[in-house]
Write a protein that binds this ligand. Structure first.
Ligand SMILES: NC(=O)c1ccc[n+]([C@@H]2O[C@H](COP(=O)([O-])OP(=O)(O)OC[C@H]3O[C@@H](n4cnc5c(N)ncnc54)[C@H](O)[C@@H]3O)[C@@H](O)[C@H]2O)c1
Length: 271
């Protein structure tokens, strides 16, 4: 499949290193003919790896801390300047749990940290959409996708406060999706991805175990970052034009599977 995104212009948040899902999405969008702008938090950029991606994708990088209104407004203005007009697609691939980072478990949350977690991981999606809406920055039939995890629907104890953040993120996609769809025909969805070996993913306690468990339970196995990038490209393309306000599972069938003998094998023979 070629040139699925020919002539389209997009913004991609959250490429930290080549393990990041956003990194793979940027490569895929570039390969499919899109022109993109990359963004990440100023502190993440200091690591410098994003410059390598920007060279490959011929994309400019604009710093944006997603918890700051002024950064978000500046990003949208600058992106339209660089891309020469309105935007066709956006990937929100941002997540951060301050309590997890500080080693606080779910029964001992610090609420200032929890506030920051929810602001960065979920309210930022509203902030992004509101800034775009105010500036009329997205073309009709444009597509915005945020990445989420099934802990929004079911309990994964070590996912902690990020479960609450993802519930809010998915709710924003539905609520804003209604308003943006009604007035400007812009569509908004979340993609609920399999456990994926990235910096954020590996920060969750017991990640290796539930990566293996999910792989064993899912009839197709876990979806990897590159496969997620392919699904994102499809969602940014005109081939998914009537899909909006959905939480789309990209997980090899995990969400609809109750039991698999492969899981039983793991339970019987733990390493
Ligand atoms: N890895 C998984 O298992 C998995 C599964 C489902 C969903 N997701 C989601 O995918 C998304 C991308 O995560 P990833 O797994 O690629 O990990 P990642 O660590 O590569 O990406 C997370 C990104 O968030 C950025 N970020 C954090 N705070 C920010 C801020 N204040 N402003 C701007 N950017 C900020 C980081 O710099 C980083 O680039 C996240 O929303 C995550 O929750 C991940």
């Amino acid at each position: 499949m070629n040139n699925l995104l020919q002539g389209k212009k997009g913004i991609i948040f959250g490429a930290l290193n080549d393990k990041s899902i956003a990194w793979q999405v940027a490569l895929k969008c570039h390969e499919q003919g899109a022109q993109i702008v990359l963004t990440n938090a100023p502190v993440a950029m200091r690591m410098g790896e994003i410059n390598e991606l920007s060279t490959i994708c011929n994309a400019q990088v604009i710093p944006c801390d997603v918890s700051k209104n002024e950064d978000m407004d500046n990003l949208i203005d600058k992106s339209m300047e660089i891309l020469g007009g309105k935007i066709d697609f956006i990937l929100h691939s941002v997540g951060m749990s301050m309590n997890m980072r500080k080693g606080n478990d779910y029964l001992n949350l610090d609420y200032k940290f929890m506030h920051d977690t929810i602001d960065i991981s979920a309210m930022s999606f509203h902030r992004l959409l509101a800034s775009c809406y105010k500036k009329d920055a997205i073309n009709e039939w444009g597509s915005v996708v945020a990445l989420t995890y099934i802990a929004a629907q079911r309990v994964f104890p070590h996912y902690s406060e990020m479960a609450e953040a993802k519930s809010l993120l998915e709710s924003v996609a539905r609520s804003f999706g209604y308003h943006y769809g009604k007035t400007k025909k812009v569509r908004i969805n979340t993609i609920s991805q399999s456990p994926t070996k990235t910096t954020a993913g590996s920060g969750v306690k017991g990640f290796g175990d539930f990566f293996d468990y999910a792989a064993a339970l899912s009839p197709l196995g876990n979806a990897d970052a590159e496969q997620c990038a392919e699904y994102c490209a499809l969602m940014f393309s005109d081939f998914s034009r009537m899909v909006t306000m959905q939480n789309l599972f990209h997980d090899g069938g995990f969400n609809n599977t109750g039991f698999s003998p492969d899981v039983f094998e793991i339970a019987k023979n733990p390493e």
